[in-house]
Design a binder for this molecule. Structure first.
Ligand SMILES: NC(=O)c1ccc[n+]([C@@H]2O[C@H](COP(=O)([O-])OP(=O)(O)OC[C@H]3O[C@@H](n4cnc5c(N)ncnc54)[C@H](OP(=O)(O)O)[C@@H]3O)[C@@H](O)[C@H]2O)c1
Length: 388
């Protein structure tokens, strides 16, 4: 079946891999809109190759440069968050790949769903921030929203259409990141370069740091609750350093169905794009004789971010938006060398402790909570810097 695709976040890790998948799928998959932040050079190359009807950069100056360089190419150029929303609602698109990073993906994802588009979702933060709101608006229909996260793709594939009432629990796997088994003392001295060296996956910088702190897994727990309609206590996080079993569903009769595959994001991307079909591809395959799989409990004391995510989900309302915003600020400062690795969860916890939860938030309330948490996090960092 032919599909017209709007790709949000085309210059990022998921965006680039999505284009690779689309090239491999051939002519029936057509890019109609591309959106990114500020990377003019790469977006220009992508426009020349995929010939979308429109392209957008969030940064207006970069968008103006793009428009000049694409003169005569019949590609409409838009700018700013409004332009990104236009891409998300682009009339000829029937599928929107949501691969922006952080809070920036929330509104475009919401808009795409409200416009009735099928959404292939990589931007888990959209569900962390707004899962409750999307659920309230009836926008989490499994036929409309297809996860790209390998764990949620695995859960979806393992469920195979079974009713959620038949599920005992979900085993959500995590690689454990580069610092699995490290001592408190070692964690104190972690550098950005070390945090960016993930053992199994090549990803954008923010999610790579989130994987190292285990906040990424915390986000995925929240994402799984919303996507599959499960309570927190039915989700069990398990460290699986080889990243081969991407997650498993345990049914009430004791059967466990897991999905395995090489750690290659092109597979869940392709699954989401082609659903319900499965399509051949030339990428590496598993050889079961080579596997040596292990599973262990996460170290919640050394990686407190996981617990913070559970706490935010339990608190409900605006708390998870606050968790997400504080985390974005903390990761940004850590990557600039302005915050230590172990201060990331400390900072987030302080911001959460100071937050007054608003129940049943609307979009504006979530935006306000996001802004409040960012300001609060920056103030906390300034205080920490003064002290040291
Ligand atoms: N990478 C993975 O393997 C992986 C796996 C599972 C889930 N995910 C999730 O997928 C999402 C994307 O991750 P990623 O690793 O691909 O991130 P990334 O490499 O940092 O890419 C982010 C993309 O978003 C664009 N962008 C950033 N801010 C924007 C804004 N305000 N407006 C418009 N575009 C903006 C960037 O454009 P510029 O390049 O111009 O800045 C880039 O195209 C995240 O939510 C992540 O958690 C990623």
């Amino acid at each position: 079946m032919a599909k017209n695709i709007a790709l949000l976040g085309s210059t990022g890790s998921i965006g680039r891999q999505t284009l690779e998948v689309i090239e491999n799928l051939g002519v029936s998959y057509r890019i109609v809109a591309l959106a990114a932040g500020s990377n003019v050079e790469l977006l220009e190359q992508q426009v020349r190759r995929f010939r979308p009807e429109m392209a957008v950069l969030n940064d207006p100056a970069a968008a103006a440069r793009l428009e000049r360089s694409l003169k005569g190419l019949h590609c409409r150029v838009e700018a700013g968050p409004g332009g990104v929303v236009k891409a998300a609602r682009w009339p000829s698109a029937d599928l929107v790949v949501s691969a922006l990073v952080g809070f920036s993906g929330f509104i475009p994802t919401l808009e795409a769903l409200q416009a009735g588009k099928r959404v292939a979702l990589a931007n888990k933060e959209a569900l962390v921030v707004g899962g409750e709101l999307l659920a309230r608006r009836g926008l989490l229909n499994p036929d409309q929203i297809l996860p790209i996260d390998s764990e949620h793709s695995a859960i979806r594939q393992s469920l195979g259409g079974a009713s959620i009432s038949q599920v005992q629990r979900i085993w959500l796997t995590a690689s454990g990141g580069p610092f699995r088994g490290w001592t408190e003392d070692q964690l104190l001295r972690v550098t950005p370069a070390e945090a960016l060296a993930h053992p199994n996956w090549r990803m954008g910088p923010k999610i790579t740091v989130d994987s190292a702190t285990l906040m990424n897994k915390g986000f995925e727990v929240i994402e799984a609750c919303w996507l599959f309609g499960l309570p927190l206590d039915q989700i069990k996080v398990v460290i699986h350093p080889q990243s081969i079993v991407h997650s498993a569903v345990e049914f009430v009769d004791g059967s466990v169905i897991a999905q395995m595959g090489p750690p290659d994001m092109r597979l869940p991307i392709q699954y989401a794009l082609c659903y319900p079909e499965r399509v051949d591809n030339p990428w590496p395959r598993l050889n079961l004789f080579d596997l040596n799989l292990s599973f262990e409990e996460p170290d919640r004391a050394r990686f407190p971010s996981l617990e913070l995510a559970f706490r935010a989900k339990k608190a409900g309302g605006t708390m998870a938006a606050c968790l997400n915003a504080a985390n974005e600020v903390a990761v940004e400062h850590f990557l600039k060398g302005l915050l230590s690795f172990t201060d990331i969860p400390r900072l987030i916890e302080n911001v959460m402790n100071a937050h007054t939860v608003m129940e049943k938030p609307e979009v504006e309330d979530l935006e306000k909570a996001d802004l409040w948490a960012r300001r609060s996090a920056v103030e906390q960092i300034a205080r920490l810097t003064e002290r040291s």
